[in-house]
Design a protein around this ligand. Structure first.
Ligand SMILES: *[C@@H]1O[C@H](CO)[C@@H](O)[C@H](O)[C@H]1NC(C)=O
Length: 351
């Protein structure tokens, strides 16, 4: 089948921040749905002489992303330096959407205002810019057009730390080999820097204010996608493709995100389906055996890079002891960890 890949990367914001350190002022310009169509971002057709002149004296962000591809949540992220599940501004502020940030959250304008400056005009202070670019997902999509299959691998909180993305320290020979036969996205961004909404965006091709999955699916957060939305797995399943999900699911409801074969945290512990690679291997084999000669769409959703010390501290802060073979830790037979000197690794900025 041809791949009607519903990835809609909504690049909807553009910012030029003019910072004059001499005068210690900030002019922050935000364009609603704007892209990079300006001279300062090397567009040779669109003429933006005033922006370009401003940009020359300014800080240009070449690696800043909207943390949500939705208006109010993105504005709130920019102004608070927090992703939506921390600032509470999950959805649009207006009309029926009716979302608001949590009362205890403080925005940059509030903070600057309290520091004795007037945030809308002559601001005088050093700039504690709280931009937190959360790059939390990494995907490798392996598409074989000959066999018309899709293997979609998603890592929970993973970055670009693999050979295929030119990391020279981290050793990922199997991913690199897969990547050689695959489609590599060099310009794909998470449309939301929050787990369930990002997963729902990937699987529905819609931003959160269209698919309804504004927040986390679990516990008190309790968000679900709208019932009328259809995910890629549902659409492919109806077209006769065998669909499977092994690992972390974290989206709902089930009618929207249908898979023929599911081995997720809904039936097992998330560690067994998301971290135990021996188990994952056995599930993949079972899925492929059942798929027979059918084309398939298989999503393998690793939980591994995600921290776990807040839930099971006995396994280490990233469950790095779990399955190590030490007493009480069990064994993951296929796991042969490589230990890196962490300060040799180049990691994205985080706070
Ligand atoms: C991982 O899965 C394998 C295969 O099911 C199992 O034998 C092993 O005990 C599991 N490891 C842990 C730590 O649970």
């Amino acid at each position: 089948m041809a791949l009607p890949w519903p990835f809609r990367a909504l690049i909807w914001f553009c910012t030029v921040v003019s910072v004059s350190f001499a005068h210690k002022n900030v002019l922050f310009m935000l364009a609603d749905d704007g892209g990079f169509e300006m001279g300062a971002y090397r567009n040779r057709i669109v003429q933006t002489p005033y922006l370009d002149a401003l940009a020359k004296q300014s800080l240009i962000f070449n690696n800043a992303y909207a943390s949500v591809s939705s208006c109010s949540p993105s504005r709130a992220s920019i102004l608070t330096g927090m992703p939506e599940h921390q600032n509470g501004m999950y959805g649009l502020h207006n009309g029926v959407h009716n979302f608001d940030a949590l009362g205890r959250v403080r925005s940059i304008s509030t903070i600057l205002g309290e520091a004795g400056s007037r945030p809308t005009s002559e601001t005088t202070m050093a700039l504690p810019w709280p931009f937190r670019a959360l790059i939390w997902f990494c995907t490798v999509v392996s598409v074989s057009f000959a066999h018309k299959n899709v293997l979609f691998m998603l890592a929970d909180d993973g970055g670009f730390e693999m050979g295929a993305y030119r990391n020279r320290i981290v050793q990922t020979p199997y991913l690199d080999a897969l990547a050689k036969q695959s489609l590599i996205f060099n310009n794909a961004y998470a449309s939301v820097s929050s787990c369930s909404p990002s997963r729902a965006s990937i699987l529905t091709g819609m931003p959160e204010h269209q698919n309804g999955m504004y927040g986390l699916h679990n516990g008190v957060h309790n968000f679900d996608a709208l019932g009328r939305v259809r995910s890629i797995s549902t659409i492919l399943g109806e077209a006769g493709v065998r669909t499977g999900l092994i690992g972390k699911k974290h989206v709902g409801p089930g009618e929207v995100f249908k898979f023929d074969y599911e081995r997720t945290e809904e039936q097992f512990s998330v560690n067994q389906v998301g971290r135990n690679i021996t188990n994952i291997k056995l599930f993949v084999r079972e899925f492929l055996r059942d798929a027979k000669d059918n084309p398939f769409f298989l999503m393998v959703s690793f939980h591994d890079p995600h921290r776990c010390g807040h839930i099971t501290p006995q396994y280490g802060s990233f469950c790095e002891r779990w399955g190590s073979g030490e007493e009480g830790m069990g064994l993951i037979p296929d796991w042969h960890p490589i230990y890196y000197v962490w300060d040799e690794l180049i990691l994205p900025y985080y706070t």
